[in-house]
Design a protein around this ligand. Structure first.
Ligand SMILES: [Zn+2]
Ligand SMILES: [Zn+2]
Length: 437
C-alpha cells in the first residue's frame, strides 16, 4: 500500500500552552513534558486540531460531503473525506463491517525552545464591574513556551487517494493562515504558528528483502529521511491543484489584522514581575530573540472587546424595549429564578441556548469561533513611572498608606490579528460596530 511521510516545520508566532494537567508549587498549569523532559504536543492533540479544521474546511469545498458531526446525526457511519482520513467520527455507529480507520497517523510534536518557558497569569475579569473576579477565586497561572520556538509536525499517511493528498495539502496550508492553532487557550491568543516548510517522502514499494532492510531502519530516529524517497515540490504542487479544484468554495472567515497604536500610556500588570520589582504594578514582559518586550495579551483584548460589544448590545436592546440580558447574560446572576442567569451557570449545557454574547464570545460550555491572538510589540513605548495617591473622600487629604505606583509603557504599538470563523451577518455587524467605537 502506498505510504507517504510528511514533515512540516513550524515557528511559534505567539506563546503556546499545552496543558499537562499537572500543577507544581510554582504554577497551576505546567506544560506537557515527556519522561525524557522533552516538551511536546501529544500527537492526539495535534490530530484533534487538524481534524477540527478539516471537518469545516472539507465540508465547505465544492463537491465534498459534509461530515455528519456537523448536523448532529450520530446513528450512521459517516463517509465524509475527514472521516476517511482521520477515522470515523462515530466508530460504533452503523452495522458495516467495513469500518474506516484513520489513514493518517500524527506523531508527537517536539518543541525546540528558543527562549525557554515562562509563567503567565490569567485573572478572571468580572465582565460587569471590569475588576478581577476575586469572589470566584478566578486567578490562575500557567506555563507557556516563548514565541520563536521551532516545532516539527510529522505524519504518516497510508493509502491516500490523489484527491485526499490534495485535501491534505490544503489542510496543512491552513496552519500557515492561522486557522489551525495548537495547544490550549487558543481562542485567548495562544498557539498561533507560521508554516515554514513542508517536505514529503514516499516509501518505496519494496521487495521482501528490501523490507527487512527497511525495518532495520525504523529503529533510527530519522527513518523518515533515510527510508523514503523525497517527492519534489509535493506541497506546492498539491496546493496548486487544490486551488484549481476548489476555487469559489463557500468557507467563510474574517481576518482583522493591523497595528494598534496607543495614544497614551498602557498598563498590563504581571504578578511575578511585580513581586520582583520595587513597584506596585509592573507590565507583562515576554522574551523574543533574547530581548524582553511588552505584549498585549489576546485575553485582555478579548475582554475589552467583549465588554464594549455587550454594552452596545444592551443599549440596543433597551432602545427596543427588550431586557438587556436577552443579548448578554449577567455573569453574577446565579439564582435559578433570576432573569438573565449566567449561561455558564445554567444546568442545560446544550449548545444553542446561550445568550447572543456567549454565542459570539463563548461561555464555560461552548467555545468561540472568534480567535484573538496575543498582540506583538512593533514599537516599544518608553517605560515611565506614575504615582497615585488615593484621596480620602472624607477629609479631602491623602489617604494614609494608600499611595501606589505603576510602571507604564508610553505610546507603544502592537500587531493585532483577529480571526473569525464562519461569522453570521448579525455577529459581523455587531463586532464591526464595536471596532468602530
Ligand atoms: Zn465525517
Ligand atoms: Zn451568556
Amino acid at each position: 500500500m502506498d505510504r507517504i511521510l510528511l514533515a512540516a516545520n513550524l515557528t511559534l508566532a505567539t506563546q503556546l500552552h499545552v496543558g499537562s494537567g499537572d500543577d507544581s508549587p510554582l504554577c497551576d498549569a505546567m506544560i506537557y513534558r515527556r519522561p525524557d523532559s522533552a516538551l511536546i504536543i501529544p500527537g492526539s492533540s495535534v490530530a484533534g486540531a487538524l481534524r477540527g479544521r478539516a471537518t469545516r474546511l472539507f465540508s465547505s469545498l465544492r463537491g465534498e460531503k459534509k461530515c455528519l458531526s456537523l448536523s448532529g446525526i450520530t446513528d450512521r457511519e459517516c463517509d465524509c473525506p475527514t472521516c476517511a482520513m482521520f477515522g470515523n467520527i462515530y466508530p460504533d455507529a452503523g452495522s458495516s463491517n467495513n469500518r474506516l480507520s484513520a489513514k493518517i497517523l500524527v506523531h508527537d510534536m517536539e518543541i525546540q525552545l528558543a527562549d525557554g518557558t515562562s509563567i503567565r497569569d490569567g485573572v478572571g475579569i468580572n465582565r460587569v464591574s471590569r475588576t478581577s473576579n476575586s469572589a470566584a477565586a478566578a486567578k490562575y497561572d500557567y506555563e507557556t513556551v516563548a514565541r520563536g520556538a521551532q516545532l516539527v509536525l510529522r505524519m504518516e499517511a497510508t493509502g491516500l487517494t490523489d484527491k485526499e493528498e490534495v485535501l491534505l495539502a490544503a489542510l496543512l496550508a491552513e496552519i500557515g493562515e492561522g486557522r489551525i492553532r495548537f495547544g490550549g487557550k487558543s481562542s485567548r491568543g495562544l498557539g498561533r504558528v507560521s508554516l515554514d516548510n513542508v517536505a514529503a517522502w514516499r516509501l518505496p514499494q519494496c521487495t521482501p528483502a528490501q523490507w527487512t532492510q527497511f525495518y532495520a531502519l525504523l529503529t533510527s530516529d530519522d527513518w523518515f529521511l533515510q527510508g523514503g524517497q523525497e517527492i519534489a515540490n509535493w506541497f506546492s504542487r498539491r496546493l496548486e491543484e487544490a486551488r484549481r479544484l476548489f476555487a469559489g468554495s463557500d468557507d467563510t472567515f474574517l481576518i482583522i489584522s493591523g497595528t494598534l497604536r496607543f495614544k497614551e500610556g498602557f498598563l498590563t500588570k504581571e504578578s511575578f514581575l511585580t513581586v520582583e520589582s520595587p513597584y506596585d504594578s509592573f507590565p507583562l514582559l515576554v522574551t523574543e530573540r533574547g530581548k524582553r518586550r511588552t505584549c498585549l495579551p489576546g485575553s485582555s483584548l478579548r475582554g475589552v472587546l467583549r465588554f464594549q460589544t455587550e454594552r452596545i448590545g444592551r443599549t440596543l436592546a433597551e432602545l427596543n424595549n427588550l431586557a438587556g440580558w436577552l443579548v448578554a447574560c449577567d455573569p453574577l446572576a446565579a439564582g435559578e429564578s433570576e432573569p438573565g442567569r449566567s449561561c455558564s451557570r445554567r444546568p442545560d449545557k446544550k449548545n444553542g441556548n446561550e445568550c447572543l454574547a456567549c454565542k459570539l464570545f463563548g461561555s464555560m460550555h461552548a467555545g468561540s469561533r472568534l480567535k484573538i491572538s496575543d498582540a506583538w510589540e512593533i514599537e516599544a513605548g518608553k517605560f515611565y513611572l506614575q504615582d497615585y495617591l488615593a484621596v480620602d473622600r472624607f477629609t479631602g487629604g491623602g489617604s494614609e498608606g494608600k499611595k501606589f505606583d505603576s510602571v507604564y509603557t508610553y505610546r507603544p504599538s502592537y500587531y493585532i490579528e483577529i480571526l473569525f470563523e464562519e461569522p453570521e451577518a448579525w455577529e459581523l455587524g455587531w463586532l464591526l460596530l464595536t471596532c468602530g467605537t
